[in-house]
Design a protein around this ligand. Structure first.
Ligand code: ZN
Ligand code: ZN
Length: 387
């Protein structure tokens, strides 16, 4: 315990070390099948569950869907409820609360017992776009300002798409919390360093690091691990999949969180459009094996933060975005005890009705026999849950 009665001053900066006792890796870990030309040529999803239609076919498919369905995109009223979050203004190494707050889309703030405070995929800008005069605009308000969040030690970024990596938000975070440490996917450190964010560690799938915040408090050990998921990356026209994407596991104060990032689970064919793609005739479709590996090798998560939205047209979106049934399977495969839904309710990125994902999630949980409330929850934007 530190001489300041267990207070973790805001001024501590994270020391990031190699893991002393790294957990086991999957058998095929050495092959680095997700690296193209050793990573120089970017990255791929090395599984049968992935299908790359290519950007042109994706855009054509979306246009065709909108033409045949007579829509210009879903209506955004009604929309999810937004509430103002409240955060503890002090933190201490003796804190016992374990609490997650959904700040819209894929952004979560997690308070771990023992004092660690983590932000996942923070985006506070109005538009998730390279520019703020065009691109998807929020249809629900931000629940608070960045400055309302009192302490941030670590920021974990799942990949560099604009709805997950926002320059304006990161500038502000760094200004408010100069010691904040960014954990980013392999290949993204260059962008962070170039942008002036030097407290940055980039990791490959299955890499693990130990983080020490307060050197005088040896009991407060945090483990940060980067893990696979099925997605892509890119911020421009020429950098598709040139940097890695993934999911995160964080263990601190005896609690373990899995942040699934932005991910698909399987790729369904075009002819399944309008049908249940989990029906008997599609049971043979391969699922992404990474989630079972994560469950077996790193699982036993107290909390999973799992995407449920951005899935229509399904045959186009399924390789990269989970629908609620996929999300429930990811929850089961990764061995999470509890979960909160994310990646919906904030920007119109795809064509499903905006309030449909939570409704479908409830049905998917029921079908799987997980119908008790409080297991896989949907919060208000700005809502918190204690575990
Ligand atoms: Zn993405
Ligand atoms: Zn996304």
């Amino acid at each position: 315990m530190s001489g300041t009665q267990g207070m973790l001053a805001e001024a501590f900066s994270a020391t990031v070390n190699a893991a002393t006792n790294p957990p086991p890796n999957p058998e095929d870990h050495g092959s680095k099948a997700h690296h193209v030309n050793g990573g120089k040529g970017g990255f791929v999803n090395p599984w049968d569950s992935w299908h790359d239609a290519g950007i042109v076919a994706i855009l054509k498919g979306i246009m065709h869907y909108r033409k045949t369905h007579g829509v210009t995109g879903p209506k955004t009223d009604p929309a999810p409820n937004v509430v103002k979050p409240t955060f503890p203004t002090t933190r201490s190494a003796t804190d016992t609360q374990f609490r997650a707050t959904w700040l819209g889309h894929a952004c979560f703030y997690v308070e771990f017992p023992g004092g660690l405070r983590v932000l996942f995929d923070p985006v506070f800008s109005d538009r998730c776009s390279p520019v703020q005069f065009m691109g998807p605009k929020r249809y629900t308000k931000i629940p608070c300002e960045i400055a309302d969040i009192p302490v941030v030690d670590i920021v974990c970024i799942s990949h560099n798409h604009y709805d997950h990596t926002d320059y304006g938000t990161i500038v502000k975070l760094q200004e408010l919390h100069p010691k904040v440490h960014f954990f980013v996917p392999l290949g993204d450190k260059q962008w962070f360093t170039r942008s002036g964010f030097h407290n940055c560690t980039e990791l490959d799938w299955w890499d693990v690091r130990e983080v020490v915040l307060d050197p005088s408090n040896e009991g407060q050990k945090t483990t940060v691990g980067f893990l696979p998921c099925q997605h892509t990356s890119g911020r421009g026209l020429t950098d598709r999949s040139m940097t890695l994407w993934g999911s995160w596991s964080i263990e601190s104060g005896g609690k373990k969180v899995y942040f699934a990032g932005d991910t698909g689970y399987r790729a369904v064919p075009q002819e399944s459009a309008g049908k249940d793609d989990y029906a008997e005739e599609y049971k043979h479709l391969p699922v992404c094996p990474a989630f079972k590996q994560i469950g077996e090798l790193r699982g036993g998560f107290d909390l999973g933060l799992i995407p449920i939205g951005a899935y229509v047209p399904r045959w186009i979106m399924s390789p990269m975005h989970a629908d609620p049934k996929d999300a429930v399977n990811i929850f089961v495969d990764t061995k999470c005890t509890k979960a909160i839904a994310m990646h919906w309710g904030t920007w119109v990125l795809t064509d499903e009705p905006v309030m449909e994902p939570p409704e479908r999630l409830r049905r998917a949980l029921k079908e799987k026999g997980i119908d008790e409330t409080g297991v896989f929850d949907v919060l208000d934007i700005g809502g918190s849950k204690d575990f």
